[in-house]
Design a protein around this ligand. Sequence first.
Ligand code: CTP
Ligand code: MG
Length: 234
Amino acid sequence: RPVWAVIPAAGSGSRMGTAIPKQFLMLQDKPVLAHTLDRLGLHPRLRGIQVATAADKAQWNAVAQHVAPLTRDKLLPVCVGGESRAQSVLRGLEALDAHADPRDWVLVHDAARPCLRQADIDALLQALDAGAEGAILGAPVADTLKRVDNCVIQETVPRQQLWRAFTPQAFRLGSLRAALSAALRQGVEITDEASAIERAGGHPRMVQGHTDNLKITLSEDMDMAAIILVGILA
Ligand code: CTP
Ligand code: MG
């Protein structure tokens, strides 16, 4: 089945604290979001990309000018995102509905993750090809975990079986749309797509990905992303 992508890119980047949201900051030669789009758009199995962005399209227009021609051909008309990441994703899925079949695969991927490797996309798609109902990239927690109250350690949390959840997260368009809108209707906080599917009784696969698929959150992450990109694009 065809593979599509939805990119939530409507955040304000409050933790980064820059005047323009982090996905529009220049990273080497182009905006963060242009890198992110090319990482997906240049993958041969990617059919089309739906971006959900802020109502003001000025910054988006600069991004579209920076993506590779092959990526540009795959960009669907952008839609406006929502108040939360989950709402932006849902808006994106609804817009994608006009182009895709409910049984098609959709990869939801953060605009703020420009260091996605082609090999990790391959691994994710392999899990789907092997029969998974859905799959996400992630990695086992490497650090010791503490539960902390007001800067005082309460306990050490066992980290066996604990994984970090990255994106892309891949599901069938129809089932993800239903699970996400049900979760939002119930008013629960949803921080990734898999949690909406889990609430609906699903058991997606966890696919181990590279930990350099970082989500740019703080200003130091920009320097790290620049270094990682040099290695990935080499
Ligand atoms: N996002 C979105 N719509 C929102 C909030 C977030 O599309 N209402 C997107 C962001 O643009 C980002 C991704 O979801 O690509 C992951 O969110 P996060 O890293 O939290 O970005 P921000 O919400 O922009 O940053 P912050 O939480 O620091 O404000
Ligand atoms: Mg946020």
